[in-house]
Design a protein around this ligand. Structure first.
Ligand SMILES: [Zn+2]
Length: 292
């Protein structure tokens, strides 16, 4: 006697079959499946295997279990774009990390002050945006350290995070950064938002296509980025992302990586007085450095 000759068994098979068909349809029309099927989502990078690279004291990405990202802005403070960037961040209650060029901090102390007052994090992008690999040891040291001096004159505090210009580094660069107590901050997503004739729409698309949990977005303090930022923040907010600073991202790393990062910082802060500037040409109490 075959299965289908028994009415109960036949109905059971039809019922299970319909359920499987409904489930398949549901999966296929779900947004997640559509994202996978859409070529623009194929470029989503895999998260790096190492979140915090202890050997090089480098943050590569945040906790993939948390829906949070760091937005970083390199190369400022620029008068053409900083106010607009700060305004967009304020509107979306977002905090960001600014990798500032020391020379531009000195040129635009009002913009630096405003950025700090609005709760953002300041980090080191060298004094003159030098390409660091290949420099003589003394020039390399000054390139990193003079940006810190510029910041120290202004705030009485040291910088603890570094991004080498163009993210170009060699062993000597990382050794000097470590000696000075810096965690180097890499990125997971770059929008190529520098140079002339950058289309803000392209900045939006490139950024949104590649953003994922624990992402570090590399953007620049330039007008096209300032124009793109409201849409980026709006979309990512609707997707449920929180915007944290790089230091907060380090605090939220899984326990092993977090302990390694803070062990590095604690060790280097004990030794900090030796390599860090102990001289201060301008007293902190005098407030702002003179405008140039
Ligand atoms: Zn740069």
């Amino acid at each position: 006697m075959s299965l289908f000759s028994r009415p109960k068994a036949r109905w059971a098979v039809i019922g299970i079959g319909s359920l499987l068909l409904a489930l398949t349809v549901a999966v296929v029309i779900s947004p997640r499946f559509r994202n996978r099927a859409n070529p623009k989502h194929w470029f989503r990078p895999k998260p790096p295997e190492t979140l915090f690279d202890f050997k090089n004291a480098m943050l590569r990405a945040g906790n993939p279990g948390l829906k949070e990202i760091v937005i970083t802005f390199d190369d400022g403070p620029h008068r053409e774009s900083r106010d607009q960037i700060l305004e967009a961040l304020r509107r979306f209650h977002a905090k960001a990390t600014f990798f500032e060029v020391g020379m531009r901090m000195e040129q635009n102390p009002d913009l630096l002050r405003k950025t700090i007052e609005e709760g953002h994090e300041i980090a080191n992008h060298t004094m003159f945006h030098q390409t660091l690999p290949g420099l003589k040891p003394d020039t390399l040291h000054k390139g990193i350290n003079e940006a810190d001096i510029a910041y120290y004159r202004f705030t009485g505090k040291h910088l603890r995070l570094l991004r080498p210009p163009g993210m170009r580094f060699d062993k000597a660069t990382l050794d000097e950064a470590k000696r000075l107590g810096y965690i180097t901050v890499s990125y997971t997503t770059a929008a190529g938002d520098y140079g002339d004739h950058v289309d803000p729409k392209v900045v939006v698309d490139r950024t949104l296509q590649k953003t994922d949990n624990g992402g570090i977005l590399l953007l620049h303090d330039y007008p096209a980025t300032a124009q793109a930022l409201p849409e980026i923040l709006d979309t990512l907010t609707k997707q449920g992302y929180r915007f944290v600073t790089a230091e907060e991202m380090i605090q939220h790393l899984p326990p092993k990586e977090r302990q390694e990062a803070f062990a590095f910082w604690n060790k280097s802060s004990e030794a900090a007085e030796a390599p860090r500037p102990s001289f201060l040409p301008i007293a902190v109490s005098e407030g702002k450095p003179k405008k140039s």
